[in-house]
Design a protein around this ligand. Structure first.
Ligand SMILES: Cc1cc2nc3c(=O)[nH]c(=O)nc-3n(C[C@H](O)[C@H](O)[C@H](O)COP(=O)(O)O)c2cc1C
Length: 176
């Protein structure tokens, strides 16, 4: 089975999550897994399944994830799809449910015939020293809602949770 893990990642944390998911899937001997940025995907015709991951900016998945759905809306009907987002609000169970409901569901509602086999939200990572002043002030507003500190570097990615989701996706892909 040919599987694409594709991501949209401004600062690299979603790319690292994608690479971990790809490693888990690659442990299946008949899975052939490729990892690509969404911007480098030209066609889905050689894939049987696609795992799409994107980070969040100002309460929305990054624009190129939304573009990806628009571009491949027909192809995504033919193959299996799993979806994840990475963001700071998803750093606990309640946050994950809110992120799925408020950030991801509106995107999926635009394409009601596309039915993902799985969808999840993961905690993200931010390094304040890498942000310009505009991004910093945007982030402060986000962090007021999460209760996380707004200086230094915060990494809320829960690797055992991410790995366990990837294993579940692997089982679902093997099912049919
Ligand atoms: C400008 C900016 C806006 C953000 N807005 C949100 C937001 O609305 N909600 C949220 O939960 N996280 C938000 N985040 C946090 C990112 O989603 C998180 O840091 C993620 O891990 C970044 O992924 P990346 O390294 O792949 O770009 C924001 C980050 C930045 C830099």
């Amino acid at each position: 089975m040919n599987i694409l893990v594709t991501y949209s990642s401004g600062y690299g944390s979603t790319r690292e999550v994608s690479e971990t998911i790809a490693e888990v899937l690659n442990s299946e001997s008949n899975f052939n897994v490729q990892v690509l940025s969404v911007d480098d995907v030209e066609s889905l015709s050689s894939f049987d399944a696609v795992i799409i991951g994107g980070s969040v900016r100002a309460d929305k998945p990054l624009a190129n994830i939304r573009d990806f759905f628009a571009r491949f809306r027909n192809e995504l009907l033919q193959i299996k799809l799993a979806l994840f987002v990475v963001c700071l609000s998803a750093n606990n169970e309640e946050g994950r449910e809110k992120v799925k409901r408020d950030y991801v569901q509106p995107l999926l509602e635009k394409y009601p015939t596309i039915k993902p086999i799985s969808m999840e939200a993961f905690g993200g990572k931010i390094d304040f020293d890498r942000l310009n002043p505009v991004m910093k002030s945007l982030m402060k507003k986000v962090l007021e809602k999460t209760g996380l500190p707004s200086t230094g570097s915060i990494d809320t990615r829960d690797w055992p949770f991410i790995t366990s989701w990837a294993k579940d996706v692997k089982s679902r892909l093997k099912e049919n």
